[in-house]
Design a protein. Structure first.
Length: 167
């Protein structure tokens, strides 16, 4: 029996990028103050990443240069530039989790899934990302698999995550 603790389930499949859908998202968020960030977040939430083709569209809608939009996009490490894998595993690397052995857990997850942080495995099954606090500090070390929070991660839990991701 696993020591892990599932808290929530969320997130469906991402939509495929189309310029039409991209333009709808831009129009929807255009009235917002500082619309670039909300648009970029909405793009990532919809497509799982921010497609390069979206950059000139956002720039022209907001009257910014492409370089400005690109700068925002690359400054924030949360934004993905390539489509995510079928599964997205985010492992907390913040303080409380580190204090609970999170560093070793994070390394073991990477080794077991056979993918580095910030990378997508070549078979497209899984993207692994570090994240800074999932709000689950009391159940450290914590991770999130496809939107599902998992606390008190142990070896058995890591094996389950790996099985889910087809490692
Ligand atoms: S520090 Fe890891 S969940 Fe808060």
């Amino acid at each position: 029996m696993t020591m892990g603790h599932s808290v929530t389930v969320a997130r469906g499949r991402y939509e495929a990028w189309t310029p039409t859908r991209g333009s709808e998202i831009i129009t929807e968020h255009l009235p917002l103050e500082g619309a670039a960030m909300p648009i970029l977040h909405a793009m990532q939430a919809t497509f799982g990443y921010v497609p390069q083709d979206a950059v000139p569209m956002i720039a022209s809608a907001l009257n910014l240069s492409r370089a400005e939009v690109h700068g925002t996009l690359t400054f924030y490490h949360d934004f993905r530039h390539e489509p995510a894998g079928k599964h997205v595993v985010k492992v907390c690397v913040a303080e409380a989790c580190q204090a609970a052995g999170g560093r070793a857990t994070a390394a073991k997850i990477s080794k077991t899934l056979n993918v580095g942080y910030g990378e997508t495995r070549p078979d497209g099954q899984v993207t692994l990302e570090p994240i800074y606090c999932l709000g689950l500090c009391s159940c450290a070390p914590a991770a999130m698999v496809d939107g599902r929070l998992i606390g008190r991660i142990d070896d058995e839990e890591i094996e389950e995550i790996a099985a889910e991701c087809g490692a």
